[in-house]
Design a protein around this ligand. Structure first.
Ligand SMILES: NC(=O)C1=CN([C@@H]2O[C@H](COP(=O)(O)OP(=O)(O)OC[C@H]3O[C@@H](n4cnc5c(N)ncnc54)[C@H](O)[C@@H]3O)[C@@H](O)[C@H]2O)C=CC1
Ligand SMILES: O=C(O)[C@@H]1CCC=N1
Length: 288
């Protein structure tokens, strides 16, 4: 049951060779995921990546020697046991049309925001699917990925998807497909919110006289330390916040400004907008 439970550790993929796996789209997230597989010791001889852009193919070839980097789908995809859809949602219909004739009986794994199992089935004919939503800390193995399996996916399929995403970091399986939009809003897009906050903290630090490098170091170490503290604690987040906030002190002064601007409501509204956008991307594909 390792594919169902984020708390169980799945067998590491490095103890066996990577099953024949085709990534469709070799951009940022593909590179992060493949990099993770490589770092975890997977042999890349069974890896195929379809990437139409020559410059990006050259980068992939240099970074992942041994992998087959293809300009267009061809017979090399036929025996793939897993196909990972890693194009932008708006590129999926074209990519699927290009690939469909070349794919055999593979598990289809998607990392695309919003694109629903129904659309993947319609565009590819696949029924065994695992949709996933990783995030960019996958680049350093510290990401977190939400996963959802179609009803037809077997335990072995779930385990394979889990193993492919394991080098990217932690995994959380959800039981309803629409919850992947919520995962996208919280953790898929989430690194950008953290960087946004860090940018503002860094800018303020500079305005207050620190060097840019010092302000950045202080901001990032604070965010990382606060996240690590909260992860190791069973206290509610509000209690951890209260522990920093002396009555009449500096933190209260800062939080007072946040509250006056209704920051929590704004952040919550922002995540609803991300969830809504994932749904719109899904709707557009179903309509198209
Ligand atoms: N960037 C992020 O933080 C995250 C992105 N995602 C999802 O990952 C997917 C890819 O995103 P990125 O890697 O950021 O985008 P990207 O633009 O870096 O990568 C997409 C790649 O697909 C290639 N491509 C375009 N048309 C193609 C076709 N017909 N066949 C094969 N390849 C084709 C492009 O040349 C490009 O290299 C998206 O669906 C996104 O929703 C998921 C989680 C996080
Ligand atoms: O912004 C996006 O649409 C993608 C999905 C999650 C992170 N990046």
């Amino acid at each position: 049951m390792c594919g169902m439970n984020a708390n169980l550790t799945c067998p590491a993929i490095h103890s066996v060779s990577l099953p024949i796996t085709a990534f469709i789209g070799g951009g940022n997230m593909s590179s992060a995921l493949i990099g993770g597989l490589l770092t975890s010791g997977a042999e890349l001889a069974n890896l195929r990546v379809v990437e139409p852009f020559a410059e990006q193919r050259a980068r992939l070839q240099q970074r992942f020697p041994g992998a087959q980097i293809l300009e267009a789908p061809n017979a090399a995809l036929r025996n793939a046991q897993a196909v990972v859809w890693a194009v932008k949602p708006q590129q999926f219909a074209q990519a699927a049309a290009d690939c469909r004739a070349h794919l055999g009986d593979a598990l289809h794994v998607s990392i695309m925001a919003g694109v629903r199992c129904r659309a993947i089935e319609r565009q590819t004919g696949a029924q065994r699917m695992v949709r996933t939503m990783p995030n960019t800390p996958a680049l350093i193995g510290q990401g977190i990925t939400g996963l959802f399996a179609s009803a037809q996916a077997s335990e072995a399929d779930r385990a394979l998807a889990d193993a492919l995403l394991a080098p990217a970091g932690r995994r959380v399986w959800v039981q309803r497909e629409d919850l992947l939009d919520a995962v996208t809003a919280v953790s898929g897009s989430g690194p950008a919110y953290a960087f946004y906050l860090a940018e503002a903290m860094t800018r303020a630090g500079e305005e207050l006289g620190l060097s840019g490098a010092q302000a950045r170091e202080l901001a990032l170490a604070t965010l990382a330390g606060a996240a690590a503290l909260a992860q190791g604690s069973s206290e509610p987040l509000a209690t951890l916040r209260a522990n920093v906030t002396s009555k009449g002190g500096t933190t209260a002064a800062a939080l007072g400004v946040f509250d006056a601007a209704d920051m929590q409501t704004t952040i919550i509204r922002a995540l609803h907008a991300a969830d809504q956008r994932a749904k719109e991307l899904g709707d557009a594909l179903e309509a198209g």
